[in-house]
Design a protein around this ligand. Structure first.
Ligand SMILES: NC(=O)c1ccc[n+]([C@@H]2O[C@H](COP(=O)([O-])OP(=O)(O)OC[C@H]3O[C@@H](n4cnc5c(N)ncnc54)[C@H](OP(=O)(O)O)[C@@H]3O)[C@@H](O)[C@H]2O)c1
Length: 311
């Protein structure tokens, strides 16, 4: 059922950062027809935004978000961040960290100054928070890891939590690997798999906690609607799979072989330290979302991939 964000002629106003990206684009496409008024925080004004979206230019590393981007907004959804899936250099690592930690700090500074204040902040984070943990099951109560991305996620979430001290409801969503045909990991894998050159990464034993992009957007809409939801939610489907299982399922659906594994040393050569997230193991449960009554449309990988690949 499509949630409505307009009641008796009053439209809920939502401000989104990262709305030009993969997840944000999907969120806009659901919020607008549901009647919400959408304001966008972006580093670059560009043509081609969906009609009705009001853009606000923001340099997230240098200044608080502009006051008019927040004025009258009931909720903020903070999704911006330098892409993680690339070769890491010291400069890229700095950007990965600052685009999340400093931008969140500067967003919360704007919330502190806003009058009235938005009531809700939904901030992206990632299952990278837990670090690579082999076969261990992880839930929202599990402790953090100690690698680079785990530290970034902890700092990112700590900045978001400062909004709670201002009386704002804060939900930190630890995203798993978001699956959508138009972006993210799946779109990067598809060209190789389609020509039969896909294969597992490393020995393929690492757990992948994934979520269909539609379910992730569903979770954000659910959290916008229900004002009691706060804290941390793992934004992952209930059935994580190993990388070998993921690879096999994708290849079977595409009716292609997946016999060319990408060895660990090759990935490290190509991505440097950026190979870490490809080889990391996250076996994560969405306990908080399930306890709150959120219903996944795509709980199993096969159905999710079949839907996304329309096969
Ligand atoms: N996709 C996934 O599988 C996944 C998994 C775990 C966590 N996440 C997190 O979820 C959030 C949204 O993911 P996504 O895949 O939708 O992201 P995305 O498409 O890669 O990027 C979202 C937006 O971030 C802004 N951005 C890019 N580089 C930036 C930089 N250096 N500084 C500040 N802003 C920058 C851009 O917006 P403007 O150009 O308009 O400013 C971009 O459209 C990200 O923070 C990501 O880390 C995603």
């Amino acid at each position: 059922m499509q949630a409505s964000f307009a009641y008796n002629g009053n439209r809920m106003r939502v401000t989104i950062s990262g709305g030009t990206g993969f997840v944000g684009g999907r969120l806009l496409a659901q919020l607008l027809p549901a009647g919400a008024s959408v304001h966008l925080l972006t580093r670059q004004l560009r043509p081609g935004l969906p009609s009705g979206v009001v853009p606000h230019l923001w340099d997230p590393l240098r200044e608080a978000a502009p006051p008019d981007s927040l004025a009258g907004s009931e909720a903020l959804v903070h999704l911006m961040g330098e892409p993680v899936a690339q070769r890491w250099s010291p400069e890229i690592k700095r950007r990965i960290r600052e685009s999340r930690v400093v931008s969140t700090r500067n967003l919360v500074s704007a919330i502190a100054m806003a009058e009235p204040r938005p009531q809700t902040l939904i901030c992206a984070s990632a299952v990278g928070y837990y670090g690579s943990r082999g076969d261990e099951w992880l839930d929202e109560e599990s402790g953090p890891g100690g690698d680079f991305l785990a530290e970034v996620c902890q700092e990112w979430e700590a900045e978001a939590l400062r909004a709670a001290d201002l009386g704002v409801r804060v939900l930190r969503l630890r995203f798993g690997i978001v699956l959508g045909a138009e972006g993210g990991a799946l779109a990067r894998m598809l060209p190789l798999f389609r020509i039969g050159l896909g294969g597992r990464l490393g020995d393929g034993s690492q757990w992948m906690s994934w979520i269909h992009a539609g379910d992730l957007v569903g979770m954000i809409l659910f959290a916008l609607r229900y004002p009691h939801i706060q804290g941390v939610w793992n934004a992952v489907a209930p059935n994580p799979v190993t990388n070998a299982e993921f690879t096999g399922t994708l290849a079977r659906i595409l009716k292609r072989p997946a016999v060319l594994p990408a060895p660990e040393f090759g990935l490290k050569l190509l991505f440097g330290e950026g190979a870490e997230p490809l080889l990391a193991s996250h076996r994560v449960r969405p306990l908080a979302a399930e306890a709150a009554g959120f219903r996944f449309q795509y709980g199993g990988l096969h159905a999710a991939l079949r839907h996304l690949l329309k096969s």
